[in-house]
Design a protein around this ligand. Structure first.
Ligand code: PLP
Ligand code: COI
Length: 362
């Protein structure tokens, strides 16, 4: 697809850019360009424009501000061993964005628009892709309702924006095991709701649970099912995976997708990787009681979070109103470590891309 290129006349100097890219953390620093396309029900999507990164204006009556039609995605562009850069599974993000759009009664985005916008932005801001292992350029596509109208109905106009942020570790402490709080007071998603969509409101509604987790000295909240508050769902921005040892065979277990959990692309990748490594994998319900008992007995030898931002992040301790328990004696386990390295090897093109997951950008 044609992208209208209107970049900055003068980009930052190498020195200034490198200062901004030092210890970037997650989502605090932004690259110099963004891509915007507007949608009107009558004419469809406009030719995307690549332009300098900066504020956008909105009508105060724009329906995003009132009724919240807003969805987003998150994907990363990795420096490759051969000196190129590549996106990891961008088509999966495009598909999921359209599933989110469908749930929020928003228009779908053509694959060509999504992928061409990502390619154009990465080409333009290529120098913002760090060359360090474990660092990447995080791309954030989003779509929101722009119609100035107060009737409660789907907007007839939308804006697609894509911008980028150089990032390192999602957690400020770097690659360390995290502690989690079991949310028994609040829920993230209910059957028939929006849990499987990457919908802004899910995140807004999750913040009080995350705040409770922090207030209890934990790094992250773990959400439980809405009906019984007994079964593991996921974390604030990551899926959960457990390691079960059966006859010395590694077996990964993750909560099944029932419509209330975000279908993570990292989770999907781990299902394939476990096949490649000859490990077992199952998707099923896991109660907090089973999690606790088997973590203490050692049957669940590890638990970790997985996601684009978090990669693989081990969990060391679980706390709730009724007590707490340690996982793997509070230390990082070998399976999480191996998977993290394996995933990073794949993402950085250090091992063969046998499933065609990398999307190189020249
Ligand atoms: N769960 C939630 C709520 C998320 O926001 C994310 C991040 O996108 C994930 C899980 C993990 O998904 P992915 O692996 O596609 O990044
Ligand atoms: C991601 O991993 O891409 C996320 O979107 C997680 C979170 C920052 C919302």
């Amino acid at each position: 697809m044609k992208i209208d290129l209107k970049p900055l006349k003068q980009v930052l100097s190498k020195f200034d850019r490198e200062v901004r890219m030092t210890n970037p953390g997650f989502g605090r620093v932004f690259s110099e360009h963004m891509v915007i396309s507007d949608y009107e029900a009558s004419s469809g999507w406009s030719t995307p424009i690549l332009q300098p990164y900066g504020p956008i204006t909105l009508d105060p009556a724009a329906s995003i501000l009132h009724y919240g039609q807003s969805i987003f995605e998150g994907l990363k562009c990795y420096p490759q061993k051969n000196g190129n850069v590549a996106l990891f599974r961008p088509v999966e993000n495009w598909k999921r964005m359209n599933e989110s759009a469908h749930r929020l009664a928003m228009p779908s985005i053509p694959e060509d628009l999504f992928i061409s916008a990502a390619e154009a932005l990465v080409r333009q801001d290529r120098s913002w892709v760090s060359d360090k292992r474990g660092e990447s350029l995080y791309l954030r596509p989003l779509m929101f309702a722009t119609e100035a109208a107060l009737g409660v109905r789907p907007s007839i106009s939308y804006r697609f924006v894509l911008f980028a942020s150089p990032c390192g570790s999602y957690f400020p402490q770097g690659y360390k095991a995290v502690s989690v709080w079991l949310s028994e007071d609040y829920i993230r998603a209910a059957p028939g709701g929006t849990g499987a969509a990457k919908f802004a409101g899910n995140y807004g509604a999750s913040l009080i649970g995350q705040k409770q987790a922090i207030d209890h000295g934990c790094d992250q909240v773990v959400w439980l099912d809405a009906r019984e508050h007994r079964y593991l769902e996921e974390m604030g921005g990551m899926n959960i995976c457990l390691v079960e040892k059966k006859n010395n065979q590694i077996h990964l277990v993750t909560p099944e997708l029932t419509g209330t959990i975000l279908p993570g692309i990292t989770r999907l990748s781990l299902i394939q990787i476990s096949k490649d490594l000859d490990w077992g994998f199952s998707e099923r319900r896991i109660s907090t009681q089973e999690w606790q008992e088997k973590s203490i007995s050692g049957e669940f030898s590890e638990t970790f979070a997985c996601g684009t931002a978090a990669v693989i992040t081990p969990i060391r301790e679980v706390k709730s109103r009724t007590g707490s328990w340690l996982i793997n004696q509070g230390t990082i386990g070998p399976v999480a470590l191996q998977l993290r390295e394996y995933l990073l090897d794949l993402q950085h093109g250090e091992i063969p891309d046998s499933h065609g997951w990398l999307h190189p950008i020249n």
